[in-house]
Design a protein around this ligand. Structure first.
Ligand code: 48F
Length: 266
């Protein structure tokens, strides 16, 4: 049988979008935590925080969430994690298998379908209650008394245009804490470096065996009010890169959420 759709007009659809967006946006103009970057580390930090009852807004410059998690590497949609990070795939309900250890004499290397893993992670973050503002790019930080207290943002489309064509002032969103989850760019950290407030070391060369532990260990408050997670940790502290394996991204996101929860308690 052909379905009979509800009788709704064009203007009612527009009002529903504008009204609901404006209401939600207004409620997140001041929030507990803003996460800049919706890749694996930012998403899992958002999921953990929202599950713990923290108000959290994720800002993502693309229209899609997931960052580098959509592909394992080299345009191939199989991703890897090293033990013990398969426990997070388990938690998310992502099917995975141990890589052929007999042939390659390797133990504790797991492979999953990246589309499946990324969709499950996005869904878990949204289900937990994190709010998403996509197509929005970081323009600057809000800095009060030498503490990061929010972000300045603009629509990605505006940020991408030359200033002489799109001379549009951004807006500010305030939060108790900000997480830089922008990956290799460490975009939030760089805004502080541009002002001479800190010095980053820049990402080190590839060394997977060292990098994953170091990234999780160094997930911390890098500047008052600003926590770094994922590859932003590597860029901030000058740690080796790890290439196409994602265990440390997931574990660093969880660690970032723990750091935030400890700080919010104080
Ligand atoms: O790059 P990305 O996936 O960062 P991550 O969570 O994970 C890194 C891995 O994907 C991989 C790796 C290790 O496995 O080397 O690269 O650290 O996700 C970063 C997200 O931040 C967004 C960007 O579009 C992406 O979705 N982003 C970056 N800069 C900005 C931003 C910005 N200025 N404003 C808003 N979003």
């Amino acid at each position: 049988m052909t379905p009979k759709f509800a009788p709704v007009s064009e203007s009612q659809i527009t009002r529903a979008i504008v009204g609901e967006f404006a209401k939600e946006f207004e409620s997140y103009v001041e929030t507990d935590v803003i996460i800049v970057g919706g890749g694996p580390s930012g998403l899992i930090a958002g999921k953990e925080l929202a599950s713990a009852g923290v108000e959290v807004l994720i800002i993502e410059r693309n229209n899609y969430l997931g960052g580098g998690f959509w592909l394992g590497g080299f345009l191939m949609n199989k991703l890897t994690v090293r033990s013990p990070a398969e426990t997070i795939l388990e938690e998310l309900g992502v099917p995975y298998k141990e890589y052929n250890k007999d042939k390659d004499k390797v133990a504790g290397l797991y492979v999953a379908d990246s589309s499946h893993a990324c969709s499950k992670l996005i869904a878990a973050t949204c289900d937990a209650g994190a709010k998403i503002l996509n197509m929005v790019a970081l323009d600057d930080v809000v800095l009060h008394n030498e503490k990061v207290s929010g972000v300045v943002v603009n629509w990605s489309a505006v940020s991408a245009l030359p200033k002489e064509i799109a001379c549009v002032d951004p807006v500010s969103l305030e939060s108790k804490l900000v997480i830089d989850a922008t990956g290799h760019d460490a975009s939030v950290v760089k805004k502080l470096e541009e002002r001479g407030l800190l010095k980053t070391k820049g990402q080190g060369a590839m060394w997977v065996e060292r990098s994953e532990n170091l990234v999780v260990e160094h997930t911390s408050e890098f500047y008052p009010g600003l926590i770094v997670t994922g590859m932003a940790v590597s860029a901030a502290y000058g740690l080796p890169r790890m290439g196409p394996t994602f265990g440390a991204m997931l574990m660093s996101g969880k660690r970032a959420a723990e750091v935030v929860i400890e700080k919010l308690r104080v």
